[in-house]
Structure formats: C-alpha cells, structure tokens
Design a protein around this ligand. Structure first.
Ligand SMILES: [Zn+2]
Length: 101
C-alpha cells in the first residue's frame, strides 16, 4: 500500500467524495485506512450509571485505500505516487510534480 500514516488524502468515491483528511491508521492486511473525519458514523453510548445521560459520539470507520488519493504537499493536488531510488534510499514521489512525498 502506498498510503502511510500521517498522509493527507482526498476521498475519491463514496459519501465523503471530495473531502480530505489525515490518515490516522493503516490496515495493510485489509487494504484499508482510517482517515480523520471521514466515514463518520454515530455511536450511541449507553449510560454507565443510573442518572447518567446516554451520549452519541462520532467515530470514523476505515475505508478502502483505493478510494483515496494522496494529496501532494508541493502541488496541492490529489496525485498518483511513484517511487524514486537514489542509491539505497527509496522515496515516494508525486507523479505530477516529482516532489518527494
Ligand atoms: Zn505534486
């Protein structure tokens, strides 16, 4: 998977299409990523004690990584990434502006 933690990604499809957010977690086995404020669902929390109020909290659910594209910090666009190998160092680059991501 090309997307890694702390990348900023743009959502390409689904209900959050066009939105962007920071990657909080990656799940390489499932091909999924967890993105801040994306794929939110409401979770109802029951009161633990008597007299306490129940709560509704917003939680993000992981989405498939192929629904998101990395936003390049240099050109500011949702781009495809490639790799460049310099000696022993392999860096991820933006295919549009060739900047390191
Ligand atoms: Zn770029």
């Amino acid at each position: 998977m090309k997307i890694i933690k702390n990348d900023t990604v743009k959502i390409l499809s689904g209900k959050d299409k066009g939105k962007s957010g920071k990657v909080l977690k990656v799940f390489p086995k499932d091909g999924k990523i967890l993105v801040e404020n994306i794929n939110i669902f409401k979770k109802h929390i029951r009161p633990k004690k008597q007299g306490e109020q129940g709560q509704i909290i917003d939680l993000s659910r992981p989405i498939y990584a192929n629904k998101a594209a990395i936003i390049c910090q240099s050109c500011g666009k949702a781009v495809k990434t490639g790799y460049r190998i310099e000696g022993k160092i392999k860096s991820r680059i933006c295919k549009k502006c060739q900047a390191k991501i």
